[in-house]
Every structure is written in C-alpha cells, then in structure tokens.
Design a protein around this ligand. Structure first.
Ligand SMILES: *Cc1c(COP(=O)(O)O)cnc(C)c1O
Ligand SMILES: [Zn+2]
Length: 419
C-alpha cells in the first residue's frame, strides 16, 4: 500500500507518473515524490511506527515504495548518542550525535538512500544498477546490489582513499575510476544513464533515492522521544541529505506525529569545497561552482545538484552555514573519537568542527538541544588522520621491556581519577 500520488516538479509543479526519471521536461527543475498527506495522517501513528523492525522502513508510509522492501532490512535506525563528554568540551548542555558511522552494511548514511533506490530499481524491473560517487555511495550500491543479485557499475574519481575503493571492489561490481573530480564523473554518468538505460541511484532514480535521506531525520525525532531538536548540523556535498532532513521534520508535523516547535538547520562544508557556504555568506541565490581541494573527499562536490535547496532549507529555518579547514577537520575527528569513542571520516570531522564554530560564534545557544550529524566511518579514510595520531611504542615481549617503557612514560592517571 503506497501513499504516492506521482512525481511533481519542484519548480513549476508539473505532474509526472512514477517512473525512473528526474528532471522536468518544461523547466528542468528536479522531480520530487508527491504524497497524499491526509491519507498518511489518517493511517500513521507513533504506535505503528514503534512496533516495526528498527530499519529504514519504519516510516514507510512516507517513503515511495509500492512493494515489500527487498533491501535495507538492516539499514538505518542507527544510535542517537547522548554526547555529554563532547558537550562539556564545547560548553553546551544538551548534545547528541546521530551516528551513521555504524550504518549497515557499509557504514555511512548512503545505506539509507540506496535501500530506497534499489528497492525502486527492482520494482521498475531494472537488472543493472549504477552510481556516480565520491566513495560511500559506491560502497553502498555495490553491497546492496550484491545482496539483491543485480548487475552493478560504479563510477568514482580516481583519487579516492583505499578504504573507499576496496570497500566497493570487494562486492565485485564493475568499478570505473575516472580521471577528474566528482563533477566530471557525474557529467559522464548522466550521458551513460541516457545511453545505456541503467538505474543510476543518484541520477534517474534520484527522486526516490533522495527520499531515503528523510529516514535520518525521522529517527532523530523518534529517538529524542518524539520531539524536534532545536538545532541540527548536517554536512553538504551534492545537497541531498540536508533539505531532506528539513523535509522529514516538516512531514512529521504535517502528519501529526510530532508537535511543531522551532528548529534550525545548519550546513557544514570543508573550506576546500564550500560553494554552498560561500553563497550563504554572500547572501546570494547563486552557487558559484568551485574546484574541490580538501581531505574531505566524500563531500567534495564543487557543483552540488541540490545546493540551491540546501540554501533554501537553511535560510527558511533561520540557520546558517560554516566551513572547516582540513586542519580543523582532523582535530575534530580526534575530538569526537577521544570524547565519545566514535571514529568518523572527514565529513563527520567537518560537521563537528563547524558545530564548534557555530557555538563559539553564538549562533547556536549553549542551553538548547543540538544534534550533530555523523554520516560516515573513519576506518575507511585512515589516510586522513595517519599523520595526526601517535605511533605505537615498540618494545620486546618481556616484562622488563614494558617496565622500562612504563617508567619512561608521562602517563596520565586512570580516567576515573581524572573525572
Ligand atoms: C554523501 C555524503 C554526505 C552528504 O552528501 P549529500 O550529497 O549532501 O547528501 C555526507 N557525508 C558523507 C560521509 C557522505 O558520504
Ligand atoms: Zn518544471
């Protein structure tokens, strides 16, 4: 049972039948799924949601699928971690980390959007799936395609981290590394999608794919005890997740699952690739594409497809946007790891660093609820921090050797004593 009415152009409102198609023929605006919210409001209750398995399909009335979900049965419903030790360092009182670094099966928020995209690809009858990716999407499409038994092509820039490259190749897709940055990869994939007619998760399936990102926001609200956070900081690459988290809050209010209360959303980008942050700082509607130069490769998209909607969501909520330098990103990865025991990749470091900035600027008040969006896992991007962490002490396998080392250490007292 589906509550989907069709596809609808975000700009001119033109309606389309449900199909693997993503741009308006009249104005080139993006197509979005159009729901019957009155019917959803009548059908959906907190009790129904809470009784379902802890996965991305928990809020399925607000997702664009007709059939029983075929993939994503273990994706989503990641922890919302109360981060008191990080809160103390940042000087705030109520801080949470929504932790998609442990998402299933490929440890990033992309397992959400891919669950919906590939379920839809199977519904449409495609036998081949593909994507243009900065790494994490390729990992997720590869893994989900393997489990669903679909043929898979992935297209990535040729400068990605080993963890991202091998993290796709292990599932045996056909990986294609392109000399150029993500924006070059994406341009080529648009042509390949046209010519070969495959299901590209983030191109022709984009209207369905992007809807999967709402599950991140839905879960935050449920996990906060059916309450909206006052502030949420979200990283921006192509601009999928941020506007969809905003939409998830609006939808939950609209269908009566949560009471309206003020919230603000903030965009985080790396200083080496901050086209959306720049536009927001300029007060302009125009995003000037940049050439990415940052260690935060998963969010290094110089010409974001949905950047305009990121700005709209940020401004509409009264939020803001900031960028973090590579140095700040590495320090923030360490800060999160050392306070909360969560190892994120540079995209997450960016979000933590930007949160710190926004608090220091006074844009986020210290006594209100704050959610930091952690979207990817640090074990995939060891290159980013390998020069910043201590190397192990090397000793022989004798107690004497350790005794000698211990004497020489300026070791801190046990953690309990410190607290
Ligand atoms: C893809 C990605 C993002 C955000 O990308 P959007 O295109 O803006 O949705 C953030 N963090 C990580 C780790 C990612 O892989
Ligand atoms: Zn249109």
């Amino acid at each position: 049972m589906s509550f989907v009415k069709g596809l609808k152009c975000r700009e001119c409102g033109e309606g389309y039948e449900i199909q693997a198609y993503h741009v308006c023929e009249f104005c080139f605006g993006p197509l979005e799924v159009d729901y019957d919210y009155d019917a959803i409001a009548a059908a959906m209750t907190r009790e129904k949601v809470e009784a379902r398995p802890a996965n991305v399909w928990r809020f399925r009335e607000l997702l664009p699928v007709d059939s029983e979900p075929r993939v994503g049965l273990y994706s989503g419903y990641t922890p919302l971690v109360r981060a008191d030790r990080l809160a103390e360092v940042l000087g705030v009182s109520e801080l949470y980390v929504k932790d998609d670094s442990v998402n299933h099966p490929t440890f990033s928020y992309k397992d959400r959007v891919v669950s919906i995209a590939l379920t839809k690809a199977i519904e449409f009858g495609f036998d081949t799936v593909a994507c243009a990716s900065t790494g994490n999407l390729a990992n997720s499409v590869s893994a989900h395609a393997a489990r669903a038994g679909l043929r898979c092509f992935i297209f990535i820039p040729d400068n990605l981290e080993q963890g991202k490259v091998i993290g796709s190749a292990i599932y045996n897709p056909t990986p294609v590394a392109i000399s150029g940055n993500y924006d070059d990869v994406n341009r080529l994939c648009t042509e390949i999608a046209d010519k070969y007619g495959w299901a590209f998760a983030n191109i022709n399936l984009r209207p369905f794919y992007t809807e999967g990102a709402k599950t991140y926001g839905f879960e935050v609200v449920e996990q906060l005890g059916w309450r909206l956070p006052q502030h949420i900081i979200v990283p921006t690459a192509g601009g999928t997740i941020l506007p969809k988290v905003a939409k998830s809050f609006e939808e939950l209010v609209q269908v009566g699952l949560v009471e309206q209360s003020p919230w603000k959303i903030y965009s985080a980008q790396a200083a080496g690739c901050a086209p959306v942050v720049n536009a927001i700082h300029r007060g302009s509607d125009l995003i000037e594409p940049v050439k990415p130069d940052t260690i935060a490769k998963s969010i290094a998209i110089g010409n974001p497809a949905d950047g305009y909607y990121v700005m709209k969501a940020v401004r509409g909520s009264g939020g803001w946007a900031e960028a973090a330098t590579d140095q700040e990103i590495v320090e923030a990865i360490q800060l999160l790891a050392q306070t909360e025991g969560i190892f994120t990749e540079p995209a997450g470091g960016t979000t933590v660093a930007v949160t710190k900035k926004l608090i220091e600027q006074g844009r986020i008040p210290r006594d209100e609820s704050i959610v930091i969006s952690i979207t990817g896992n640090g074990y995939k991007t060891l290159e980013a921090v390998q020069d910043a962490v201590p190397v192990p002490h090397r000793i022989g396998a004798r107690l004497d050797d350790f005794d000698e080392l211990y004497e020489s250490l300026d070791a801190p007292p046990p953690a309990k004593a410190r607290a």
